[in-house]
Ligand binder design. Structure first.
Ligand SMILES: [Zn+2]
Length: 131
């Protein structure tokens, strides 16, 4: 069971189809992309799993993204304050870097949230094509 969830998180982060672990969820694969970053396939190229579920389905992904944002950014914020306190690096330098990081990390976080949501919704089914 523990092994399975490890495998599942691996394919979540790889943004793979939750049903077969082979097809890509997004048209542009990879975590860091600059264009069409929320554009998804209508269904899995490998197993035919439909990714369009229902119209509001992906708005739930925002609620998954939010705690991830907190987990990532709160330590970053404290790290910034630490650099300021102990190394005298000005917040005028730290804050813009922090904001740029926030901005850049939005894309992978949004993509991972969608992948997590799909992986919570569908169970791995193995290498069988859906009719
Ligand atoms: Zn699939």
């Amino acid at each position: 069971m523990k092994m399975n969830s490890k495998i599942q998180s691996y394919y979540m982060l790889k943004l793979k189809c939750p049903r077969c672990y082979k097809g890509d969820l997004f048209i542009n694969p990879g975590l860091f992309v600059m264009t069409r970053f929320l554009k998804m396939h209508e269904k899995c190229k490998k197993c035919n799993q439909d990714f369009r579920i229902e119209p509001e389905f992906y708005s739930t992904a925002l609620w998954i993204g939010f705690p991830i944002v907190l987990i990532v950014f709160i330590p970053l914020l404290f790290f910034g304050l630490y650099l300021n306190e102990y190394y005298g690096i000005s917040l005028k330098v730290i804050l813009p870097i922090f904001l740029i990081l926030c901005f850049l990390l939005q894309i992978p976080i949004m993509r991972i949230s969608r992948a997590i949501l799909l992986h919570l919704t569908f169970k791995y089914f193995g290498w069988h094509k859906k009719e």
